[in-house]
Write a protein that binds this ligand. Structure first.
Ligand SMILES: Nc1ncnc2c1ncn2[C@@H]1O[C@H](COP(=O)(O)OP(=O)(O)OP(=O)(O)O)[C@@H](O)[C@H]1O
Length: 238
């Protein structure tokens, strides 16, 4: 089942002499449950692409369609609700709420959704899998950078979103924690048929994904696809 489609998406930042073409006529289809890595040199447009899919920025041209919704046509409030219900973000420097402890930070996106019940067992399991259960009553400032990043990952998964957008989710983690985080993402994707798009500079992690998209100069320049589900990452070398 197709979950996400980009049709001829271009993005130009600035104007005139200062114009930067961050994306140039990018078209892409992603099936539900795919675990995709986006790779490419710095400035090739990976983050811009995630931002377009996440509705954090708007294309100059083209359409972004998620679950049959053209997200550019959603009103601001509709987009906020759509994002909360369908998308999970794991970005670097992802800000946790300083006044909430780990558990409440993770439960926060669910509690925003009126009428949606918080699955405490699921959140407990997430925190256990990410090695955070003992830290559940700690506040962000009491955590290491890696623990904060794992809390942000747990928060992104708390709503069981259909699509997870991750920009260097393991960028500042050691190799063991990287393996744990990748394991949680892979397991979550398999169990809930979640679609994951992950930007990474780590070639081994990228190769462990089911689909690998190479970007260069604002364009998709190549693709590799593995038929078996994402599952080859064994965490031995990062
Ligand atoms: N808000 C912005 N204003 C102006 N130019 C921008 C903006 N965001 C990105 N760019 C430019 O668009 C191009 C693509 O940037 P982008 O961050 O998407 O690349 P990237 O592949 O994610 O790079 P990196 O691997 O370094 O994160 C770059 O030339 C960048 O300088």
């Amino acid at each position: 089942m197709k979950i996400l489609e980009l049709k001829h998406v271009s993005k130009v930042y600035g104007a005139g002499e200062n114009a930067v073409e961050a994306l140039r006529d990018v078209s892409l289809t992603v099936e539900a449950g795919e675990f995709t890595a986006l790779v490419g040199t710095s400035g090739s447009g990976k983050t811009t692409l995630l931002n377009m899919i996440g509705g954090l920025d708007v294309p100059t041209e083209g359409e972004v369609i998620i679950r049959n919704h053209n997200i550019a046509s959603l009103k601001r409030r509709e987009l906020t609700i759509f994002r909360r219900r369908n998308l999970g973000f794991v970005f670097q420097n992802y800000s946790l709420m300083p006044v909430l402890n780990v558990y409440d930070n993770v439960a926060l996106p669910v509690s925003f959704d009126k009428g949606k019940h918080i699955d405490h067992d699921y959140i407990k399991r997430l925190l256990q899998d990410l090695g955070l259960w003992d830290k559940r009553r700690k506040y962000p400032e009491e955590l290491s950078g890696g623990q904060q990043q794992r809390t942000a990952i747990a928060r992104a998964l708390a709503n069981k979103p259909a699509v997870i957008l991750a920009d260097e989710p393991t960028g500042n983690l050691d190799s063991r924690t990287t393996a744990d985080v990748m394991g949680v993402l892979r397991e979550s994707s398999r169990k809930y048929n979640q679609t994951i798009l992950m930007v990474t500079h780590n070639e081994i992690l990228a190769q462990s994904c089911q689909r690998l998209i190479h970007m260069e100069d604002g364009q998709i320049v190549g693709e590799e696809f593995e038929e078996t589900p994402a599952g080859r990452w064994d965490g031995e070398t990062v």
